[in-house]
Ligand binder design. Structure first.
Ligand SMILES: Cc1cc2nc3c(=O)[nH]c(=O)nc-3n(C[C@H](O)[C@H](O)[C@H](O)COP(=O)(O)OP(=O)(O)OC[C@H]3O[C@@H](n4cnc5c(N)ncnc54)[C@H](O)[C@@H]3O)c2cc1C
Length: 414
């Protein structure tokens, strides 16, 4: 079996793992990336529409990823949030907080393809399509992985290649079901929201350009995200036990169901695209690190998409790790998997992670509740936000990804 030694190995080439590989490139470390291609859907064919926070756009722009998108992000210039059956709305414009946009909307498959191109253009990265399996620690204090490479040519009769990779730091960007997290014995806290998000695209008769609409309901959000060409990314939360029936509706019946949930603020639903269904569970790893191992992205925390924070948060995990690796290298230290570096990582992610988890989970649970007390609290919350510019500014700064210590590449001025 062939042996290869690395400073850092990234397991998982989803949106977060690929972003991490790009951000690590300037550090001059020996980096390997292995991806099994077993994400929820093939990366470049992912039909979801992702809202990228301003902080993420800063970073992806600096990494040269935005320039590779087939369609540039559609700016989110205004937000309109309401709750079915409650009083009041939250309406906020980016220009009220001194910005052109809160962020932008991309097709997830377009972002995936752009990241894969950016990764393929990294001259020093060793990238393999295959499956990594944890194989313990070596005597010289490296983490060992067995990497089973896939055969891309189905006509070949050759056996798949197996390599033994040894790394001073392994980064598990291997998604919600993270095999590396399980192999390291790290536990998870989980919660099933009992909701499924149905994702599609729609054309609306009279949506305000640049406006993102979110209508919160007892079975999750119903949202419209502005897209290129006058379309909108549309998401509709339904009770999981009703999801199959809603998926089976014909387009006309689905458009009517969507209209009932979304209301008429953006006019009539004119057209709907193909649909996909995403059951929603929260999963939070009880630790983000183990010996010479860091969890990032969905492997560390998989959150409710209600606030569009999952990838944005995972990207900041990756970028914070890169900042720490760069700082320790410029300070003369050379071990990327040193215990001190890993505990600094946990400390640095503490505020952003805790606040983003609390925001997404709190919003998902409180907005689903039909209790009269929650109704009153939500209506008062909208009113307070509309009256208090400071409260509004804090809310949008968090939603734009400026929480805690913002990673260098994600700052407005790097
Ligand atoms: C409906 C929906 C809408 C969303 N909308 C938004 C949004 O608007 N904004 C936002 O920021 N977030 C959003 N999210 C969240 C976002 O999609 C995820 O947080 C993000 O895609 C997670 O990326 P990841 O790279 O961490 O994990 P994944 O995408 O799961 O990637 C994991 C990778 O690891 C690989 N892998 C697994 N095991 C192995 C192994 N043993 N060896 C090698 N490779 C392996 C897999 O092949 C896969 O490519 C949404 C989520 C959902 C469900």
């Amino acid at each position: 079996m062939e042996n290869r030694d690395f400073d850092v190995v990234v397991v998982g080439g989803g949106l977060v793992g690929c972003s991490l590989a790009c951000a690590l490139a300037p550090l001059g470390l020996a980096v390997g990336l292995v991806d099994a291609g077993i994400g929820p859907t093939p990366l470049a064919a992912d039909p979801r529409k992702l809202a990228l926070a301003a902080a993420s756009l800063n970073a992806l722009g600096r990494l040269g990823v935005l320039a590779r998108l087939a369609t540039p992000p559609t700016p989110i210039e205004r937000l309109h949030v309401s709750r079915e059956g409650d009083f009041g709305v939250l309406a906020v414009a980016a220009r009220d907080v001194g910005r052109d946009a809160f962020g932008g909307v991309v097709l997830a498959g377009d972002l995936g393809a752009a990241l894969q191109q950016a990764v393929a253009a990294l001259p020093d990265l060793v990238s393999v399509r295959g499956t990594a399996t944890a194989a313990g620690m070596a005597d010289d204090d490296r983490r060992v992985l067995d990497v089973l490479g896939c055969i891309d040519d189905p006509g070949t009769s050759a056996a798949a290649s197996v390599q033994r990779w040894r790394a001073r730091l392994v980064v598990a960007a291997d998604g919600t079901h993270s095999p590396l997290r399980a192999a390291a014995g790290i536990g998870v806290d989980t919660h099933d929201y009992g909701q499924t998000l149905i994702v599609t695209s729609v054309r609306m008769a009279s949506a305000v350009p640049g406006m993102a609409y979110e209508r919160l309901t007892s079975t999750g959000p119903c949202a419209l995200l502005p897209m290129a060409g006058g379309r909108h990314g549309a998401l509709m939360g339904v009770a999981t036990d009703e999801a199959d029936a809603v998926m089976a509706l014909d387009d006309r019946a689905f458009a009517e169901a969507f209209q009932r949930r979304a209301g008429w603020r953006a006019g009539a639903v004119r057209e709907v695209g193909s649909r996909s269904a995403w059951p929603l569970r929260r999963l939070v790893a009880t630790s983000q690190v183990a010996e010479r191992l860091v969890l990032v992205g969905n492997a560390a925390q998989t959150i409710h998409p209600i606030g569009a924070q999952g990838f944005n948060l995972g990207l900041r995990d990756a970028l914070s790790l890169v900042d720490l690796l760069a700082e320790t290298r410029s300070g003369g230290a050379s071990d990327p998997g040193a215990a001190g570096l890993l505990s600094s990582y946990v400390e640095r992610r503490c505020i952003d992670r805790a606040e983003t988890l609390a925001f997404s989970d709190g919003l998902a649970r409180v907005t689903a509740s039909e209790s009269p007390w929650h109704r009153l609290g939500r209506s008062l919350g909208f009113a307070a936000m509309n009256l208090d510019a400071g409260l509004r500014a804090g809310f949008v700064a968090g939603a734009m990804g400026f929480r805690g210590r913002v990673p260098t590449l994600a700052r407005d001025v790097a």
